[in-house]
Design a protein around this ligand. Structure first.
Ligand SMILES: [Zn+2]
Length: 233
């Protein structure tokens, strides 16, 4: 692109090059991108990046479905983010549900939303904070610390990920709850990904980028990894 002759004449000698127009347009594009999509990318960069908007809400919990699912008067069914508790018929199902009920049933809680706020079943996804005297406790972290839930992180929802992993480490090293149960059919080694681990024969194991092979199941759990829900390692 050529700079108009009139403009060129008004410029200092060193800037009278035709590329000036291209430079100006380039700067306009960069500036516009930085205010739009690129800004979102930059803002979200990094594992501990905060969600784009301040996303909190109050709700009163009217029903506890199980150890990781509750019903709020305002939000309906809420899946407690980043934990997984036993299903009906599995050991510690009732204990996990009772522990969550003891924390939140009938109470006013604060819902703290992560990047994804609704799942494919239409349930709200939230971290649940509950007042305990002057402190606020993270309900999911309490269950993980007692060994009644495993950490279950699904990117891009990474709020509290490090806290939850630390809680699982504490529970595993103290053989609490789930981690006191005999391991189901041990494997000679496990396939470990960024968040989960699998039996070697699991189809999901083949999809892990840069998998690591580890033998010590307890050590894997102490790193805060989740047992795959398909192969139940
Ligand atoms: Zn698996």
């Amino acid at each position: 692109m050529r700079v108009p002759a009139a403009l060129r004449r008004g410029l200092p000698r060193g800037l009278r090059r035709p590329s000036l127009g291209a430079v100006v347009i380039f700067l306009i594009i960069v500036f516009a991108a930085a205010r739009g999509p690129l800004r979102k990318t930059l803002w979200r960069a990094g594992p501990d990046a905060a969600p784009l908007r301040e996303a909190r809400a109050q709700d009163r919990i009217v029903h506890v479905v199980d150890g990781d699912t509750i019903v709020g008067a305002a939000h309906g069914t809420i899946r407690v983010l980043s934990i997984d508790t036993p299903e009906a018929g599995q050991p510690l199902f009732a204990e996990a549900a009772a522990a969550l009920a003891q924390l939140v049933a009938g109470k006013q809680v604060e819902l703290l939303f992560d990047v994804e706020t609704v799942d494919r079943y239409g349930r709200a996804l939230a971290h649940v904070l509950v007042a305990d005297g002057a402190e606020r406790r993270l309900a999911g972290e309490e269950l993980v610390r007692r060994g009644l839930a495993s950490v279950f992180i699904i990117p891009p929802n990474l709020l509290f990920a490090e806290r939850l992993k630390a809680a699982q480490k504490e529970a595993v090293l103290n053989d609490r709850g789930l981690w006191a149960l005999p391991p189901p059919a041990p494997e000679p080694y496990y396939v470990v990904g960024a968040y989960k681990f699998h039996r070697p024969s699991c189809a999901h194991a083949a999809q892990i980028p840069n998998p690591r092979m580890q033998k010590d199941r307890k050590a894997i759990l102490a790193q805060g990894k989740s047992p795959c829900r398909a192969c139940l390692p």
